[in-house]
Design a protein around this ligand. Structure first.
Ligand SMILES: [Cu+2]
Length: 292
């Protein structure tokens, strides 16, 4: 009897210590999670937010779009016989597909914009379509962990391949008629090149941001970033032109309920660089995020 009781007691002791170990582990994980959440503050809308808007221009003669040879895939040729390169999409001196975002800055109350991890409102659903054997849109911005719905509208197989530096590689085949896929990126990154392993000309860029203060310039070069708290910000305009992209930086003040202006110009002459010297390479500013 005694030995049976002793075994029972020993068993109970072992069970209790296991339980306490398990609960301490759980507690530790909880603490880690709450510490992670506490790392960023939540911003509450004050009603006095403003905008940052501007126009992206190209100074001088813009590089011309080149016709893409799609003969390798007849489905692409028939879907989009006049496919052209989109590295520079310039119309009447205005540049589309420029990603403009707040890189850093200080709100009117002295807090840093990068100190916040939660912003009001839910970002609109992000969609990336493979359509006519190119990506629509060519450049897009999403927030960290925002779902991107990826569709194939073509009568051919695409293989979408995100090639990030701060996030895991993601490489998925999407045959003709396959349903939508969803992808999201957990870390901020400006910008993630996306390519198609089936069609070497297919390229797009996805920027991942911790905050919602970004926009992509439209065909007329215009962009607007909404809901910006009053403050002083470093605003960056990124364009894929150049070896690793080119970025321009500007300090912008947003008054309470007001508008900050941020017009940017790309092109050799816009940077004080004579474009007529064939031996002289254009000055490019590689984006900081690409340097590690
Ligand atoms: Cu493709």
């Amino acid at each position: 009897m005694l030995s049976k009781n002793a075994r029972l007691i020993l068993g109970l002791i072992a069970l209790v210590s296991l339980l306490s170990l398990a609960s301490s582990c759980t507690k530790k994980e909880d603490d880690e999670v709450s510490e992670g959440d506490a790392a960023g503050k939540a911003y509450t809308a004050k009603g006095n937010e403003g905008t940052i808007s501007g126009v992206i221009s190209y100074t001088g003669a813009a590089p011309e779009a080149k016709k893409i040879d799609t003969a390798a895939d007849p489905a692409c040729t028939s879907a989009n016989p006049n496919l052209v390169t989109e590295e520079w999409t310039v119309k009447d001196g205005k540049v589309a597909n420029t990603y403009v975002y707040i890189k850093e800055g200080t709100l009117a109350d002295g807090s840093k914009v990068t100190a916040y991890s939660t912003w009001p409102g839910k970002p609109a659903a992000a969609a990336l379509d493979q359509n006519g054997c190119h990506y629509k849109p060519h450049v897009m911005g999403v927030m960290v962990n925002q779902d991107i719905t990826i569709t194939n509208s073509d009568k051919t197989t695409h293989n979408i391949h995100f090639t990030p530096k701060n996030n895991p590689d993601w490489n998925q085949s999407q045959p003709n008629g396959a349903g939508p896929m969803t992808h999201k990126l957990a870390r901020a990154e400006v910008l993630v090149p996306v390519k198609c392993n089936q069609h070497p000309w297919m390229k797009s860029y996805v920027a991942v941001s911790k905050h919602p203060f970004f926009a992509v310039s439209a065909e007329d070069g215009s962009f607007t970033i909404k809901g910006v708290p009053p403050g002083k910000y470093t605003v960056v305009a990124w364009h894929e032109g150049g070896a690793n992209g080119t970025e321009k930086t500007m300090e912008v003040t947003v008054p309470a309920s007001g508008a900050g202006k941020a017009d940017f110009a790309f092109g050799a002459t816009a940077m004080g660089q004579p474009s007529s010297l064939p031996m002289m390479p254009a000055i490019e500013f590689p984006m900081a995020a690409m340097k590690h």
